[in-house]
Write a protein that binds this ligand. Structure first.
Ligand code: ZN
Length: 149
């Protein structure tokens, strides 16, 4: 697969080898689970939500380097953030993965903050089969946020 090296840039490997916020949170933390049957990736997202802020997040699961490093980056990016900001970030990430939204009722994207490490996953868009790996943690996060309301 030509160009695959591009996918495994240093940041991605770093998050894969040293995943951030790995573990579990005890109830009443929200627990959401995602599965990508195409690749065999599994993600569990645990969320502590207080006053509209994700005060803590832990990630469990296993799978390919893209799914696990994306989950690690996601956890680092959303910890301590308000839910509204997190939802905006999820949309930006999906946009980066070329996942279009046609709902005109959604508010405009706030792109004022840098994406940071998440930019490293931009190259995944060239490999459509891996997009589901990269977005798995983010869809699981949305599930968890919906449960927390
Ligand atoms: Zn995968």
């Amino acid at each position: 697969m030509p160009g695959l090296e591009d996918l495994y840039r240093e940041i991605i490997l770093d998050h894969y080898r040293s995943p951030r916020n790995r573990g579990e949170l005890a109830p009443p933390a929200v627990r959401a689970e995602g599965h990508n049957p195409l690749c065999g990736d599994e993600i569990q997202v645990y969320l502590d939500v207080k006053d509209g802020i994700v005060t803590d997040i832990k990630i469990g699961g296993q799978g390919c380097s893209i799914s696990q490093s994306s989950a690690s980056m996601m956890s680092a990016a959303v910890k301590g953030k308000p839910i509204a900001e997190i939802r905006n970030l999820v949309r930006r990430f999906k946009n980066m993965m070329s996942i279009e939204e046609d709902d005109e009722s959604t508010p405009p994207l706030d792109e004022s903050k840098p994406l940071g490490d998440l930019e490293a996953l931009r190259g995944v868009v060239k490999f459509p089969v891996r997009i589901k790996c990269a977005t798995l943690a983010w869809n699981t996060l949305l599930d968890g946020l919906d449960q927390s309301i």
